[in-house]
Design a protein around this ligand. Structure first.
Ligand SMILES: CC(C)(COP(=O)(O)OP(=O)(O)OC[C@H]1O[C@@H](n2cnc3c(N)ncnc32)[C@H](O)[C@@H]1OP(=O)(O)O)[C@@H](O)C(=O)NCCC(=O)NCCS
Length: 106
């Protein structure tokens, strides 16, 4: 398990938590403070996570995301992720499908 936090003037602006699963990297939790979005903070965090994955020669990075989360889908597409799976009714409150996204690292 690994985590990264970004700060601006002693205030947290974003965080990312990831774990190693065998030879893959899973992004578990990742968010940027609303007023700090679309300034490159998310890109910085995901690059750090991918760099960590490369230290154990991760084959791919993957994650689940709500199918309605357009900002995240566009973000991950920009980072080279592609939809590789679909988990119906994966999320609760509200019930929603998850999309599985992945990018090949090695
Ligand atoms: C997804 C998230 C972490 C992205 O963080 P961010 O700091 O805004 O991302 P960046 O500024 O590095 O964005 C990089 C690129 O992603 C795309 N992107 C990011 N947010 C976008 C949005 N709201 N609409 C369209 N494109 C977007 C753009 O291509 C952007 O590049 P640009 O700013 O040059 O156009 C952020 O939107 C967030 O915290 N969302 C809520 C929590 C969440 O959904 N987490 C992920 C769950 S799996």
């Amino acid at each position: 398990m690994a985590g990264w936090v970004t700060e601006e003037k002693d205030q947290v602006t974003g965080f990312l938590v990831a774990r190693r699963i065998a030879s893959d990297l899973e992004i578990l939790n990742f968010a940027v403070r609303p007023d700090e979005r679309q300034k490159g903070v998310g890109t910085l965090l995901i690059r750090e996570a991918v760099a960590w994955g490369k230290t154990f020669a991760a084959h791919k990075a993957f994650l689940e995301v709500r199918s309605s989360n357009l900002a995240a889908l566009l973000f991950y597409e920009r980072q080279g992720f592609e939809v590789t799976g679909h988990r119906p009714r994966y999320y609760a409150a509200p019930i929603e499908d998850a999309l599985v996204l992945a990018v090949t690292l090695a």
